[in-house]
Design a protein around this ligand. Structure first.
Ligand SMILES: [Zn+2]
Length: 399
């Protein structure tokens, strides 16, 4: 938790700005915080002196001018991230800047319950630590990205559609006891969004951005003023359960006509098969390919998925006024550019013109381990806060 109950000093605020932007010049910091160049220089000198921030030189611009850019010192902390998915557990070790240091993965049958995940999780974490060449004791924080919905304390699983064995399970306590580390339980889509944003530096030019991840479910991460939006209960937003047609198909959440009931991969597979049953071996990529080859059922299923995504995103754009929409996940990649263009056309058509004039759209590429890296980064905030306070205020408090 970032400091909220105590006085946050200017250096600390600058530190978090640099963390969020990944890379920042003194001039940008001055502009963002509305202070004099001398004030920024003094504060930056303190951050550099305490080893919290490092300075690098940018590539030459124009006629060879190089700017000093500030970044968070990557060696501040090491973090573990774990992504739990239906059939797989992935573990990663990253540094404070989100650079991947090691990874491990195991298959599992996650829907059978938490006991089916713990063994594979042990092995994946062990492999990731070995791969990174890091002693387990050097990593004190663990972030877990989970597809389910959690209570406001980030402790117990309230619902994971399709996996009822998880309902009511105190997931965070189980992991904290098992690994003797502080654990942050985070929504998998928000973790994905954070890591995708950091993997694409030009996105930093859009402080207001919406990342929609369409896979088995449809989730999102919203950035407001460059920061990932948390919401009152920390679970972010549920774009997948925006109702786009109350008389539409049944959704896993129990209501009808949610975005996810059209654009989640199980919905697409059902809609694309003649009997309305999803075939075990078929994937969204197969359906997208069949649609391109002229199969009318497949084309209709992909078309409805794009329509539902467009309608849901139009609602979100209308409310949030972002300048960037990123479409990510297996369904988005399967649908490719035609799906992105269809979504963009719907959003442009359904939104107030001033909201879409300068709205950019981007399709996210496949990136390995992305949700696990994002989970580690979301856990990073707490870990880094501790180090920042120790270094900035520790000496003063002892005095
Ligand atoms: Zn729903």
């Amino acid at each position: 938790m970032r400091a909220s109950s105590r006085v946050v000093e200017f250096e600390e605020r600058l530190f978090w700005t640099i963390f969020d932007r990944q890379e920042c010049s003194r001039e940008e910091l001055r502009r963002l915080h509305g202070v004099s160049p001398a004030t920024v220089s003094r504060a930056v000198a303190i951050l550099v002196e305490h080893g919290l921030v490092v300075e690098v030189l940018s590539a030459p611009e124009g006629r060879g001018r190089r700017r000093g850019l500030l970044r968070v010192n990557p060696s501040l902390v090491r973090l573990l991230g774990v992504e739990i998915d239906f059939d797989r557990v992935t573990a990663v070790v990253v540094d404070a800047a989100g650079n991947l240091l090691g990874r491990g993965a195991r298959s599992c049958e996650a829907k059978e319950g938490i006991d089916a995940v713990l063994g594979p999780c042990d092995e994946a974490i062990e492999e990731a630590l070995r791969d990174a060449g890091i002693n387990a004791r050097a990593v004190r924080y663990l972030g877990i990205g989970h597809p389910g919905a959690f209570d406001a304390e980030g402790e117990a699983c309230l619902l994971w559609a399709g996996a009822p064995a998880w309902t009511g399970v105190p997931v965070r306590s189980v992991f904290e006891r098992r690994y003797a580390r502080k654990v942050a339980l985070v929504d998998r889509s928000r973790a994905y969004a954070l890591a995708e944003r950091r993997a694409s530096p030009p996105d930093g030019r859009h402080p207001y951005a919406l990342y929609v991840i369409a896979g088995t479910g449809v989730g999102c991460g919203i950035f407001i003023d460059g920061r990932l939006y948390r919401g009152a209960s920390g679970s972010g937003s549920e774009i997948g359960h925006i109702v786009v047609d109350p008389s539409g198909p049944r959704c896993e959440c129990g209501r009808n006509g949610c975005v996810q009931a059209y654009a989640g991969s199980p919905a697409i597979l059902r809609a694309a098969s003649p009997g309305g049953e999803s075939e075990a071996e078929r994937t969204v990529d197969d359906v997208a390919q069949a649609a391109r080859l002229g199969d009318p059922l497949a084309a209709a299923a992909m078309g409805r998925a794009a329509w539902a995504l467009g309608a849901g995103i139009a609602n979100a754009v209308q409310l949030l006024n972002p300048s960037l929409v990123v479409l990510a996940g297996r369904v988005a990649r399967g649908g490719g550019r035609p799906m992105l263009e269809r979504v963009e056309a719907i959003v442009r058509q359904e939104c107030v013109p001033t909201l879409v004039e300068r709205l950019a759209f981007r399709l996210a590429p496949a990136r390995k381990d992305i949700a696990a890296v994002g989970a580690a980064l979301l856990a990073a905030e707490e870990a880094i806060q501790e180090v920042v306070c120790q270094r900035l205020y520790g000496a003063r408090n002892r005095a």
